[in-house]
Design a protein around this ligand. Sequence first.
Ligand SMILES: Cc1cc2nc3c(=O)[nH]c(=O)nc-3n(C[C@H](O)[C@H](O)[C@H](O)COP(=O)(O)OP(=O)(O)OC[C@H]3O[C@@H](n4cnc5c(N)ncnc54)[C@H](O)[C@@H]3O)c2cc1C
Length: 375
Amino acid sequence: MLPSEEAYDLLDLTREIAERELAPRAAEFESRGEFPRGVLRTVGRAGLLGLVYPESDGGGGQPYETYLQVLEILAGSWLAIAEAVSVHTLSCFPVAAYGSERQRKLLPEMLAGDLLGAYCLSEPQGGSDAANLSTRAVRVGDDYVVSGTKAWITHAGHADFYNVFCRTGGPGASGISCLLADADTPGLLPQKPERTMGLRSGPPAQIVFDNAHVAADRLIGGEGVGFRIAMQALDAGRLGIAACAVGLAQAAVDYAAGYAREREQFDRPIAEFQGVSFLLADMATQVSAARALTLAAARLKDAGRPFSVEAAKAKLFATDMAMRVTTDAVQVLGGYGYVADHPVERWFREAKVLQIVEGTNQIQRLVIGRSLTRA
Ligand SMILES: Cc1cc2nc3c(=O)[nH]c(=O)nc-3n(C[C@H](O)[C@H](O)[C@H](O)COP(=O)(O)OP(=O)(O)OC[C@H]3O[C@@H](n4cnc5c(N)ncnc54)[C@H](O)[C@@H]3O)c2cc1C
């Protein structure tokens, strides 16, 4: 069940794009490690890069429940594209929710995907403990002068705008602010891409800020509110990662089931062995459970109800599930699952990152645990 007729059309369009534009290109771009900016432009032209933002800002005006099912379809064809859509959507949040009138003028281009976004929170010394970040911004005249290093930044070197979470005040969360920096800011220096296990067409990179001057009117939401902006963006972003996990795992189940129907051993299809069919049954059941948890959290958000803890549960469950299911998919293919001739080998490598990004699954457990143990 989808929330509107329009949502059915949107999912049909997404399936068409996934089949025509994504699926035929994914393996090659991944093996070449080539960033798919052109494919992202196509996805943007179809309206998929600003789906959850109001139509009055140039967005799609869609509920999260629909957006997450779009992500699921994209992830089933090419995880790096789904992840890029999720990261870009997250990167539009600071301006959309906290931006000044002047900053909001950029929204139509951002939401159409003409301007690609990046979200710069993590640092080499501070990943999980983000409130401890050390990139500093000092006000000098009409500018902030930014110095420090951001790490693991998706779209580094390809993005047109960067949300830079930096320290303008004292220690802790209350000293953090968010600046909107353009890619051509002098002193904003993307480094060499990381050599990653998966997502090779969109690897993250460090960004060095070497006395980068960002105009003071690019401060989003005022000094000291940066951490609140960062955490709110991540709450919603985690739903996106959960949906990516569901889509990746569904693709693995479908592929493994198809293989099991074709592959014969002992003179019959391996699908006829209970050891294989029960494995497939457990895989499919876990995917359905993760999808239900993810969409339930999305419906809370769409209804304007608190959803952070439910988003953490969805991210934790769905991404652990994707790791298990893609591992089992390799098992169903036997030796053929271990080589790059079949996509399950790539999906297995890709699933791992989902347990790490946007708060590791230990951090999700921390969020859930705190909600249970704090009055
Ligand atoms: C492919 C990729 C893309 C990424 N994209 C972005 C991006 O676009 N923007 C961005 O800002 N960041 C991005 N990240 C960074 C990502 O969010 C961090 O890697 C993640 O938050 C973990 O930080 P860390 O790597 O420093 O690990 P650490 O924080 O050093 O953690 C190491 C281990 O310790 C555990 N741990 C830490 N603290 C606790 C605790 N309190 N309790 C229990 N266990 C704990 C962690 O769970 C983990 O297992 C990306 C990372 C990857 C790999």
